[in-house]
Design a protein around this ligand. Structure first.
Ligand code: NAP
Ligand code: ZN
Length: 357
């Protein structure tokens, strides 16, 4: 029998998030049931709750930066037990058989990745229902997840500040690793929000020369404290110009459509502009000349697979890396969304789930 969990949900694209009660399945043999302690607030939560992306099914319970404590495990789960810390990111299931799943890149599953919220929940019933219910995310008291999508976190770190690693962290760590950020490379991070501030921390930790591009002059000191070697105001052409043709990699986290040519022109030969921001409408078409004259690439990257997410969490535990957060009670979530839209987050809101009683 499913149990009910308190949660916060959006009933429609125009309604604020409010108290709700949602069903959670009984843990099956391979499942882990987790009491959620903290959940980060990603801009993707806002895009989804406000119906900005295609295919949103309401009601929506957002939240995919989850840290909590295990309360119960299924009989086939040997390596988690009640009382352990556990974390869940953006995915809770995938086909587990296609070449991408076999490579530990479940986020690129050829069949159908099940995202932590707003995905058809094939695991809710056995056998799967013809029209499965949708998954509900971490703005809730409890969640039940297949062990294969549950991650380990170190008790040494501030758990609230660990939560954003599960999305903002892995989404920037993965492309930095894939495109070889490290000593001797020059990396740009565009936007100092949730993703961007983790991008700055990781790029610096990996040894790359790290430049932050921002629209907010007031964030320059913070960016340097977080690990940026220099800060460039992207709306000031005089500051952009000296960097032309010098970057190996630029990771762009901006959540709204904007001119990409100002960044492709900063890449070296064979440099890559990797888009991770996911605006609800397209960027203006980029200049082909900027690309072909120096064999430059515009690429995209989505979160990271489960093995790489665990690698990133272990890397953070070793180096003492966490997110810079503002801890909020869940009752402030709608105000937090409005501040996120004004780029006024220092640098990730995290919900203290004890506030959801
Ligand atoms: P966020 O905290 O709101 O940060 C976005 C930053 O973009 C802002 O802080 C701001 O930084 C900059 N910005 C805002 N408006 C801008 C504008 N008009 N022009 C230029 N820069 C602007 O958001 P987030 O949680 O980091 O998420 C960013 C995007 O990534 C969202 O679209 C989200 O859905 C997407 N995302 C993608 C993945 C993936 O797997 N690819 C995963 C998670 C999230 P400054 O003040 O420094 O300019
Ligand atoms: Zn996210």
């Amino acid at each position: 029998m499913p149990t009910q969990s308190p949660a916060f949900s959006a009933q429609s694209a125009s309604s604020p998030l409010a108290h709700a009660s949602i069903p959670r399945r009984d843990p099956g043999p391979r499942d882990v049931q987790i009491d959620i302690l903290f959940c980060g607030v990603c801009h993707s939560d806002l895009h989804t709750a406000r119906g900005e992306w295609p295919g949103v099914v309401f009601p929506v319970v957002p939240g995919h930066e989850i840290v909590g404590r295990v309360v119960r495990v299924g009989r086939d789960v040997a390596d988690f037990k009640a009382g352990d810390l556990a974390a869940v990111g953006c995915m809770v299931d995938s086909c587990k058989a296609c070449p991408n799943c076999a490579a530990g890149l479940e986020q690129y599953c050829d069949k159908e990745v099940t995202f932590t919220y707003n995905s058809p929940d094939r695991a809710f019933t056995t056998p799967p229902a013809a029209t499965p219910p949708m998954t509900y995310g971490g703005y809730s008291k409890s969640i039940v997840v297949d062990r294969r999508f549950v991650l380990r976190v170190s008790p040494k770190l501030n758990l609230a500040a660990v939560a954003p690693l599960l999305c903002a962290g892995i989404t920037t760590y993965s492309p930095l690793k894939h495109w070889g950020a490290g000593t001797g490379t020059k990396v740009g991070i565009v936007g100092l929000g949730g993703l961007g501030h983790m991008g700055v921390k990781f790029s610096h930790a990996l040894g790359a020369e790290t430049i932050l591009f921002t629209t907010s002059p007031g964030k320059a000191d913070d960016a340097k404290r977080l690990g940026a070697d220099a800060v460039v105001l992207s709306r000031d052409e005089a500051q952009m110009k000296p960097h032309a043709g010098t970057f190996d990699l630029i990771i762009n986290t901006v959540a709204v459509p904007h001119d990409l040519d100002q960044y492709t022109g900063l890449l070296k030969r064979d440099g890559t502009l990797c888009l991770v921001g996911a605006p609800s409408s397209p960027h203006p078409s980029p200049s082909i000349w900027n690309l072909l004259t120096k064999r430059r690439t515009i690429a995209g990257s989505m979160i990271g697979g489960i093995p790489e997410t665990q690698e990133m969490l272990d890397f953070c535990a070793e180096r003492g890396i966490v997110s810079d957060i503002e801890l909020i009670p869940i009752q402030q979530i709608n105000a937090a969304y409005d501040r996120m839209l004004r780029s006024d987050v220092r640098y990730r809101f995290v919900i203290d789930m004890a506030s959801l009683s």
